[in-house]
Ligand binder design. Sequence first.
Ligand code: AMP
Ligand code: MG
Length: 333
Amino acid sequence: MSIISIVIESSADKLGVGIVDSDGNILANNIRTFKPGIGKGIIPREAAEHHATNVPGLIKLSLSKAGMEASEIDLVSFTQGSGMGPCLRIDAVTARTLAVQLNKPIIGVNHQVAHVEIGRLIGKMEDPLVLYVSGGNSQVIAFAEARYRVFGETLDIPIGNCLDVFGREMMMDNSVIPMGAAIELKAKLSDDYVDLPYVVKGMDLSFSGILTAAIEKAKQGIELATMCNSLQETVFAMVTEVTERALAHTEKSEVLVCGGVGSNDRLKEMLNEMTKDHGARFVGLPAPTAIDNGAMIAWLGILMHKNGHKQRIEDTLVIQNFRPETVPVIWRS
Ligand code: AMP
Ligand code: MG
């Protein structure tokens, strides 16, 4: 029999509510994004306030889009981590309240693993090597010995944060489209390239020095389109290099990119070329399932539930630095 899971995801600037059934049908997947305003960054407390204000309405909207009553829900899932503490606590508290009120089981889900699993579902992939590039993460992840293991990651700021802060310092407008998408549009206006530091350390990456150098060069008067193009070319080449090395090592036959930065055409082009060179299949997800969203958390909640995972309310405290490799992958053989 099909079971239905509702989920609250609010690990960072986005609040997501999703409803998914155990056949993999996404019945609702709604997102509200906290917008701090031009030139400003995300203050976790303010984002959390946005999520707390919007969550009741978004749950109602999602139930009505799915055409169902709360009483028809079988399972409540939420993002337990990783993410920003104040934001995560909104999804955890909301999920606990729903689970107790509906008298249904609750499951706290690892955010990164959820990105991988929705990618496997939507991209129809068996066992992909995953590049997860978002506002809060930059990791190369692959399934090995019953866990999702991190093969490479940023040593300082995430790639999306690097793009966001650069755009913010340049006073670029991200009120309609995400900052990374605004940078992508600008970058398309220039083929020129200025040198920026290229920082790959073994399998790991560093973006903070590049960010500082890019801001400095822009302030010296180099055209913004050229700076956007140079920044993209540099950071995308870095993540492609690390992904390629992980692919050569793991010998996977599929590559998936996910996370908001993964919607960038230039990054997808680089990854696609690299993947083809290795005779593997490349998949970039459509935006609603590539960015932080509720459906991915709901789907992983269902996979865990169907495979016997049980969680007590006492074990639902948020884990800000929740590592994917700490999750036993009981739903895969
Ligand atoms: P996420 O954390 O997965 O929700 O993704 C948000 C991040 O993706 C932010 O850093 C955005 O600036 C970035 N982003 C969104 N669209 C694009 C794009 N087209 N190119 C590059 N980065 C993007
Ligand atoms: Mg994410």
